[in-house]
Each structure stands twice: as C-alpha cells, then as structure tokens.
Design a protein around this ligand. Structure first.
Ligand code: PMP
Length: 390
C-alpha cells in the first residue's frame, strides 16, 4: 500500500523562488521588495535592542526549562491583552493563550470554530494574506471572499464589502486585518470599524481580528483602536496576535489567541476546549520568544526602549511611503497606506520586465515591501517602475 501516492504535486512557493532568483542575480544594485520582514536603511533585519537586553536577563536569571503548560506563558498573554483590548479591559469573558506565532493563533482559532460551529463560513477579503484561506480550509471550514480593494482609488471598497456581506449567514465568521492590511496597506477608519461592529451584531457574524502589525501603522495605541471599538461592541470575537513583526522576533514564533465570549461561564468552557485543541496541535508553544516579550512589557525601561525602536521603524516606513508617493500621481495613495505592504498599480507582465531591466524583485501580484526601499535605492526603484505604472 502506498498512501502517499494519492498526494498531488504542490505548487512551489513563489516567494522562495523569488529569494533564490534574487540571490543568483549578480547586480550590486538589485532591490528586494519581496520578502515580508522589516529592514532598516542598510537593508538589515536586526534584533531589537530591548530583545537583546531581555535575552541577556533570561540567560542570566532563568533557572529551569521545565514544561509550562498548553496555555504557555500566562503573564505574557495577560500583558498582551492590554494592548489588544485596551488598559483595564481584561474581564472574565476574555481569555488569551500563547501560540506559535500569529499563524498558530489563526489555526487554533480556526480549529476552535470548526469544533464549535462546523457549518460556519469564514469571510476573507479579496485580496488577503495567501495563508488565510489554507489555514481555515485545513481546519475544515468553508471560506468565502468579499470584495475589499478598490483598484481606482487604491483604497477600501467599503460599500461593496458591506453589500457582499449581506450574503452572510448567522454564525459566519468575518476575518478582519486589525491594521496594516496585507497586501494592500489599507486600514479601516474608526467609523468603518463601528459600521463593521454594527454589521456583526445585526447579522450575528463573529469577527476574527488578525492583528499582526500593531505599532507599524500609526503606533501601538492608534493601531489597536479599531479593534478595541469592535471588541467592546460585540458579544463574541477572536483575535490572532503576532509579536513577530513588532518585536522583530520572526523565527522565534511569538503569538497569542484571544477569545471573547458573551458570558464568563461560556468563556470557561471555550478556554478548556481551546487548551484541549492546543494540546493536540503542539502540546505547548515554544517559550523563548514569549518570555522575551513578557520581560520587555513587564519592565519600564525595556518597554520604553522597545517603543522607541518601534517608533523609528514605523517612521522610516512612513517616510519611504511619502517619498514613493511623490514620485508619480499613480502612487499618491501609497502615502496614506500603512505597514510593510502596498500593491502597485502595474500589470502582472510588468513584474518580470522590471526584474530584468532593474533587478527589482517582487511577487507576481505587484505587492511590495516598503521596507526594502531606502533613500539610496529609491530613485532606481522609481526609474524601473515608472514606465509600467497604470
Ligand atoms: N497575519 C498576517 C496578515 C500576516 O501577514 C502574517 C505574517 N506574514 C501572519 C498573520 C502570521 O505571522 P506569524 O509569522 O507570527 O505567524
């Protein structure tokens, strides 16, 4: 018997192929705007100073690496909860569990929904992070797409989105990017967050907020404000949080799942089910990165240092956005978008052309990582791009 003979070949990972092509390009002035991590002016993705300091403390002070539990680092989730729900907002209807990255949080949330309401469907924006659909599908949930991006204004097609969601059924799930939408860089206004909360209540939809870039848009507080308002207004919600970008901890896989239920009794049962699922998925999340985040958030000095460095990262991104936006009228909206990503107004055929003429590496959909740009390479990037703008 050959059970694996039934498996289908998989499409090679397009981003990995892009990395390999970029590596093989010998041009010294090649530009990588593909890979989705923050880079500084010199093109590096450094370990943050507060992280280094926290790691030093852990190294000196940690007495044991014995198991924690399926919930991971409890203090970590408690501290993070204040960033997600606002200060003083933790109550018995809300709980948080540490997960392996934002991906782990999304998957655990998906498994929990599949166990609780297997016929619910998950609404995703078109476009969205390419891993969203497989995460929910592998958990056994059906997914639906709603319009999101308005190609003309390069902003959110909010009316079309609301209109499509009139097709939702009670119990369906609506996945929302908390800030810095991947791949478009768009963000909901506070009025739109309130309209979404009203829609969720009217149609009995469960919001699932994916907060993977808090602090990289307009700052920690501003980037959480939309989610705070939504979460305060609805009875039931999930939040998948990632610390991998805002603490630059990527490979250490730091995240958390937060769940809000209408009553504390329901919260207790839901938490017990989430823990049971976590045990079957990874038993316990990896400790190191969450211990680093906990150490930083629990210490005034480290917290300030982290906040300052995060501010500088965000300022650099937003400065590059302004510079790129002023290069051509078709790029104006780049300045008002936020986070690492923007979708360029170019035809798919332009992507290989720009790669060939200027050694500029981006995925086929024209999504660029703003952090790949700096004041040295920006003129060359613009020169390669301009002939192809639509
Ligand atoms: N959500 C979105 C929108 C993302 O872009 C990413 C990472 N690219 C994640 C979740 C997952 O982050 P993590 O690396 O922490 O799993």
């Amino acid at each position: 018997l050959m059970p694996f003979a039934a498996l289908r070949p998989q499409k090679p990972d397009a981003l990995l192929a892009l990395i390999a092509m970029h590596r093989a390009d010998s041009r010294l002035d090649k530009i990588d705007v593909g890979v989705g991590v923050y880079r500084d002016e010199a093109g590096l993705t450094p370990v943050m100073q507060a992280v280094k300091a926290a790691e030093g403390r852990l190294h000196a002070e940690q007495q044991s690496k014995s198991y924690l539990g399926a919930e991971g680092d409890v203090r970590f989730a408690e501290l993070l909860m204040k960033l997600v729900f606002g200060e003083g907002q933790s109550d018995a209807r809300r709980f948080g569990l540490q997960t392996p990255g934002g991906t782990g949080a999304l998957r655990l949330g998906a498994q929990l929904l599949a166990r609780a309401a297997p016929s619910s469907r998950v609404w995703l924006s078109e476009p969205t992070w390419p891993n969203h659909a497989p995460i929910f599908a592998e958990a056994g949930l059906a997914t639906r797409l709603h319009p999101y991006f308005d190609v003309e204004s390069r902003g959110i097609a909010f009316d079309a989105m609301l209109e499509a969601l009139q097709q939702s059924r009670a119990g369906d799930v609506l996945l929302l990017h908390g800030c810095c939408h991947n791949p478009t860089g768009t963000q909901f206004t506070l009025e739109q967050w309130e309209a979404l909360a009203a829609l969720c209540n009217e149609r009995d939809i469960v919001p699932f907020v994916d907060l993977a870039y808090q602090g990289l848009g307009n700052g920690i507080t501003a980037d959480g404000e939309g989610a705070h308002r939504l979460l305060d207004a609805v009875p039931t919600a999930l939040v998948a949080y990632s610390c991998d970008k805002n603490f630059a901890l990527y490979r250490d896989r730091v995240g958390a799942l937060f769940v809000q239920t209408p009553t504390s009794d329901l919260g207790e049962v839901t938490r017990a089910n989430a823990l049971a699922l976590a045990r079957s998925l990874w038993s316990m999340p990896p400790d190191h990165g969450a211990a680093v985040v906990r150490t930083i958030l629990d210490d005034g000095e480290l917290r300030l240092s982290w906040g300052d460095e995060l501010d500088r990262m965000r300022d650099r991104l937003n400065k590059m956005r302004v510079l790129l936006a002023t290069a051509h009228p078709a790029l104006t909206s780049v300045a008002s978008q936020r986070g690492l990503f923007s979708l360029l107004p170019i035809a798919p055929s332009a992507v290989p052309a720009i790669r060939q003429t200027h050694g500029i590496y981006m995925p086929a959909d024209g999504r660029i990582n703003i952090a790949g740009l700096n004041e040295i390479n920006l003129p060359r990037f613009v020169e390669g791009l301009l002939p192809h703008l639509e």
